[in-house]
Design a protein around this ligand. Structure first.
Ligand SMILES: *Cc1c(COP(=O)(O)O)cnc(C)c1O
Length: 557
């Protein structure tokens, strides 16, 4: 029967116990159903059978209450209207199509059109995650090549493409470490050391993986306090499971003690998990494997060009050294390892290879760049960050640097002092950048009151200079407040961002001009992205969601 269905190009789910699964979605038509019935050996006149079938919804399931009454669902009826509506929404957004997005740690780089095109191909997009292996040979070639490249880039032995995000990779990697300890009769190991500078997902993943988090201090230069690490590793020698470490650190510095740090953890029986979010500073120059780590995740939506923002989509494959390879995630329906790994941990995602259709993006990126191109990209990313750090250091203090005075692919500028000298908070600078047409850098991570800037290799010098000019001009505005030329409570920073309505209103009662509000730099006259709304109190807005589409008056009653 399976063969009969397959001959008709229909895949049925074989549960392996003599039962079959059939799934139909709303695209199935009468012809398909007739075909399916024929595969089951139904009588010759399947057309009549289908015609006879009752397709209406039983009355007791029919909806009687109104639904989707919001005007947005009942306004845009033609393609023209829909197109304009979507374009209108798009116009409120500031994207990489407008300006660089200098979000440190997030690596907002070019998502090249040539990389994105294969995502639209039905040959990739229309494959069911559980399709029989002999029908997915193209995908399997892509998996094998990408795994090989990622293994080479990370200096590791094996790769699992299953996790759908960096955080899920952390979880998967820690489960792999757990399985490794258990297999060696050391299941008691459950302590996870995490430096205080770590991304919030690190401790969260450790807890979800059943580990106990012990925080390791950082010194005043932002590096892991090696003495504290050694003391804590020694103290928990019996139960040490892992260290989670980010390299270069989230402080934007190549931690010089990194190999020593890995060695200490191994000395006390732990495994080293490297958070690979900062791979954009490593690819082609060094690798987690070379540094002495045992497992890392890669954020393919950061370093390897999958577009991200607003929550996805992502891919966070994990790469492991040889001794951890047997434990990489398996899957009960389609085994990613051909069933060759009896020790595999269970699945961490619903699908055996996560979200494979977007793996094409990273595949094209690596294929087009080649080894030399990837290395050059890393060098450019580091060069761009150092150029910015140098230009901005006359206006802002760069918080952390390596011992030679350089930063990695990102850096932190300290804005904490301005609160005292000018009453300006880091949030005011972030909001003011919108008037200059920029998305703010990463704010208050990993250090509260600071901005972390990552230009990436994708940005040309002119755009990097444009952001530097904006930040330098903002520093001059702060200086005017410090000098008493602008009031502390009425200046362009405190009222930023300025909407077109505010700037054009008949009434203007500020201590600075409209021109300074909207066009603080001459270049903005030629190209201005107007903020869609004025300042929103972020925490209040996050906690008090209202739909803004129907007129507010509609809510009054
Ligand atoms: C982005 C990031 C993560 C988490 O990755 P997601 O894909 O967002 O889950 C972890 N650590 C660092 C340092 C990051 O920048």
């Amino acid at each position: 029967m399976l063969r009969a269905a397959r001959d008709r190009r229909i895949n049925l789910r074989d549960f392996g116990d003599g039962s079959l699964g059939v799934t139909l979605d709303e695209t199935a038509d009468a012809a398909l159903v007739a075909d399916l019935l024929a595969a089951f050996g139904a009588a010759a006149d399947t057309d009549a059978l289908v015609a006879d079938a009752r397709l209406e919804i039983p009355p007791h399931f029919a909806r009687s209450s109104p639904f989707m009454t919001h005007p947005v669902f009942n306004t845009h009826h033609s393609e023209t209207e829909m197109l304009r509506y979507i374009f209108h929404l798009q116009g409120k957004d500031l994207s990489l199509a407008h300006a660089m997005i200098p979000l440190g740690s997030c690596t907002m780089k070019l998502n090249a059109t040539s990389e994105m095109i294969p995502v639209t191909w039905p040959e990739f997009g229309d494959i069911h995650p559980f399709a029989p292996r002999d029908q997915t040979e193209g995908y399997r070639t892509l998996f094998a090549q990408l795994e090989g490249w990622l293994a080479e880039i990370t200096g590791f032995h094996a790769v699992s493409l299953q996790p759908n995000a960096g955080s899920q990779g952390e979880y998967a990697g820690l489960l792999v470490i757990n399985a490794y300890h258990k297999a060696r009769g050391q299941g008691r190991r459950n302590v996870c050391l995490i430096p205080s500078s770590a991304h919030g997902t690190n401790p969260a993943s450790a807890v979800v993986a059943g580990m106990r988090v012990v925080v390791v201090r950082c010194d005043e230069r932002g590096n892991i306090d090696v003495a504290d690490l050694r003391a804590k590793a020694e103290q928990h020698a019996d139960t040490l499971a892992a260290l989670m470490v980010t390299y270069p650190s989230t402080h934007g510095v190549f931690e010089e003690a990194i190999t020593e740090i890995c060695a200490i953890v191994h000395e006390f029986g732990g495994q080293v998990y490297m958070d690979g979010a900062n791979m954009n500073a490593q690819v082609g120059l060094t690798s987690p494997g070379a540094i002495g780590a045992d497992v890392c995740h890669l954020n393919l939506h950061k370093t390897f060009c999958i577009p991200h923002g607003g929550g996805g989509p992502g891919m966070g494959p994990i790469c492991v050294a040889e001794h951890l390879a047997p434990y990489l995630p398996g899957h009960p329906v389609v085994s990613p390892t051909d069933g060759k790994s009896p020790e595999a941990i269970g699945p961490v995602s619903a699908a055996p290879w996560g979200s494979p259709s977007i793996l094409t993006i990273s595949w094209v990126y690596i294929a087009l760049m080649g080894a030399g191109g990837l290395r050059l990209a890393t060098e450019m990313a580091i060069l761009n960050a150092n150029y910015m750090a140098k230009r901005l250091s006359e206006s802002y203090a760069v918080l952390y640097r390596g011992s030679h005075g350089a930063v990695a692919h990102e850096f932190i500028i300290d804005c904490r002092g301005f609160e005292k000298t000018a009453g300006v908070k880091v949030e005011d600078i972030a909001k003011r950048l919108m008037d200059y047409g920029f998305h703010a850098p990463t704010m208050s991570f990993p250090v509260p009151g600071t901005l972390m800037i990552e230009p990436t290799e994708s940005e040309p010098l002119s755009e990097i200079d444009r952001l530097c000019d904006a930040l330098i001009e903002i520093r001059a505005e702060i200086a005017d407040i410090e000098a008493g030329k602008l009031p502390r409570d009425d200046n362009p920073l405190k009222h930023a961002p300025h909407t077109i309505a505010a700037v054009c209103a008949d009434e203007w009662r500020h201590a600075y001009t409209r021109e300074r509000a909207a066009f603080p730099l001459a270049g903005l006259r030629a190209s201005k992205q107007w903020p869609a709304c004025a300042r929103v109190d972020n925490p209040f807005g996050d906690r008090n969601l209202t739909c803004s589409c129907p007129p507010v008056a509609g809510f009054a009653s």
